[in-house]
Design a protein around this ligand. Structure first.
Ligand code: AMP
Ligand code: ZN
Length: 469
């Protein structure tokens, strides 16, 4: 069996992964707060943990992995959005949840086995909070319930900070009802305009952290294998999840392995609305960037490194994927239940998700075998039926004489694919013919090992693309 190694934030080491129960490998990943479109950064954990999910399913069997990713559908940001838009909370969260599902499907992510909504688990949260009060880890004060961080001596172990460091470094909210400024909210009171549920502490709503602890316990048990999310969640969110879960469940661990993806940046800068470089997954899809291009760019950088989204990377990924689509356009994918990926690809992923190496494997080892390229690419979430369909449509419109829609990059990819097939068959007739046509309409054809480039000369007339068959 493949040995999977994963970097564990908790121990700061790369460790051999040993499931608690190989019959049911369990993973929880913190999901989105549903009040708006997912930005490009939000897609990173989804894509990264999707690859891990695929790897685990391959190694332990698809029926032996349980992946949970939640929706946070009760939050002050959602309340604020409802107030400013005049729409109901339910309408906003339902719409945003569907947007998220659509956008993540577009980037090739499988749906987790469970996608719990926090508001469906309020009774479990209340029970957990009651247990924490009963065992002296939490206290009620002025309609709030707070977790007493001093009652848990391991607090801060995940991020490696002491309570004093945390107080100094974090913007902790000082409130008169807190015994210690680091104590965090498990439950808070709601006024008449805010969503609320009856509880032993009056009408109120849960704090954010308790949601994940309660949903994870309900769906995965007291102690499970892997917990993931972006590294902005390590403190305080994950630190708080651990404190709540371990104290409520009487365990010394919530999850064995803690995994955190690094942040996404845009052209070397933090993505933020004030810098004007903030965009959503949907913005890119609407601009015609295929979802699989987003996936490819994300996976070309290791998840533990900051990932820089650049125009250059987007263009390169687009070229590669176009080539893959072209090379495999007339092939039928193998049945995914029967297809066995080659070990070098699995080994790359098993090395703490070395997705860069996995993509290289696709581009080198399977390149001269289009069927293997297709099947391995699909295993990694590329060349979906939808992407292939779209590609065929474009191809069809080109061969119908609708050449104006074919841009030079696509033509170059097409020629490159034909050339690579020819290198195998040693029959270059088609390549020569296409080259001749391109030159005839004023394009210079440059070929080297890495691919094909088409450069327009002064005599190039884009209208003449129409004449290409
Ligand atoms: P949020 O809705 O802000 O809680 O984020 C949902 C998920 O996206 C969490 O796992 C975050 O860690 C992750 N995330 C947020 N911003 C970024 C970013 N810029 N790069 C990578 N991951 C991010
Ligand atoms: Zn969480």
């Amino acid at each position: 069996m493949t040995t999977i190694k994963l970097h564990n934030t908790k121990t700061r080491k790369r460790e051999v992964f040993t499931p608690i129960d190989p019959e049911n490998v369990r993973m929880y990943v913190c999901g989105p707060t549903v009040y708006d479109r997912a930005h490009l950064g939000n897609a990173r954990p989804v894509i990264v943990f999707d690859v891990l999910y695929r790897l685990l399913r391959h190694v332990y069997g698809p029926d032996h992995v349980t992946y949970v990713r939640n929706f946070t559908d009760v939050d002050d940001k959602i309340n604020a959005r409802a107030a400013e838009s005049g729409r109901s909370i339910g309408e906003i969260t339902a719409e945003t949840t569907q947007w998220f599902l659509d956008d993540m499907a577009a980037v090739g992510a499988l749906e987790p086995d469970h996608m719990p909504r926090a508001t469906a688990y309020i009774p479990q949260m209340v029970t957990m909070i009651e247990g924490l009060i009963a065992s002296g880890h939490a206290y009620a004060a002025e309609g709030h319930v707070l977790f007493a961080v001093e009652s848990y001596k391991e607090y801060g172990a995940l991020s490696g900070r002491s309570i004093d460091d945390m107080i100094a470094g974090a913007r902790v909210e000082v409130a008169p009802y807190k015994r210690n400024p680091m104590d965090f909210v498990l439950w808070k009171p709601s006024d008449a305009d805010t969503p609320g549920w009856d509880s032993p502490w009056g009408r109120g709503r849960p704090g954010w952290h308790i949601e994940c602890s309660a949903m994870a316990r309900e769906l995965l048990g007291d102690h499970f294998d892997i917990h993931g999310g972006g590294n902005d969640l390590m403190f305080p969110h994950h630190e708080n999840e651990i404190a709540q879960s371990c104290c409520a469940n009487g365990t010394d661990k919530m999850a064995n392995v803690w995994m955190h993806n690094e942040m996404l940046q845009v052209e070397g800068k933090k993505m933020s609305k004030s810098l004007g470089n903030f965009f959503t997954v949907r913005d890119l899809l609407d601009q015609g960037v295929p979802g699989e291009v987003i996936r490819f760019v994300m996976l070309s950088t290791h998840y533990r490194k900051p990932m820089d989204w650049t125009e250059k990377k987007r263009e390169e990924a687009e070229k590669v994927l176009e080539r893959w689509l072209e090379l495999t356009v007339d092939l039928e994918p193998s049945d995914p239940n029967e297809f066995v990926p080659r070990q070098p690809l699995i080994d790359a992923l098993a090395e703490d998700l070395n997705t860069h190496k996995a993509l290289q494997f696709l581009n080198s080892s399977t390149y001269s075998e289009p069927q293997a390229l297709l099947d391995h690419a699909r295993f990694l979430g590329f060349l979906s039926d939808e992407a292939r369909e779209k590609h065929r449509d474009r191809f069809f419109s080109r061969s119908e004489g609708g050449g104006s829609s074919a841009d030079l990059a696509e033509l170059a990819a097409r020629l490159d694919a034909i050339r690579r097939k020819a290198m195998l068959s040693k029959d270059f007739t088609q390549v020569d013919e296409m080259k001749r046509q391109l030159v005839a309409i004023g394009l210079e054809v440059r070929m080297d090992k890495t691919g094909v480039d088409l450069v327009a000369s002064s005599s190039f007339d884009p209208m003449k693309l129409e004449s290409l068959k």
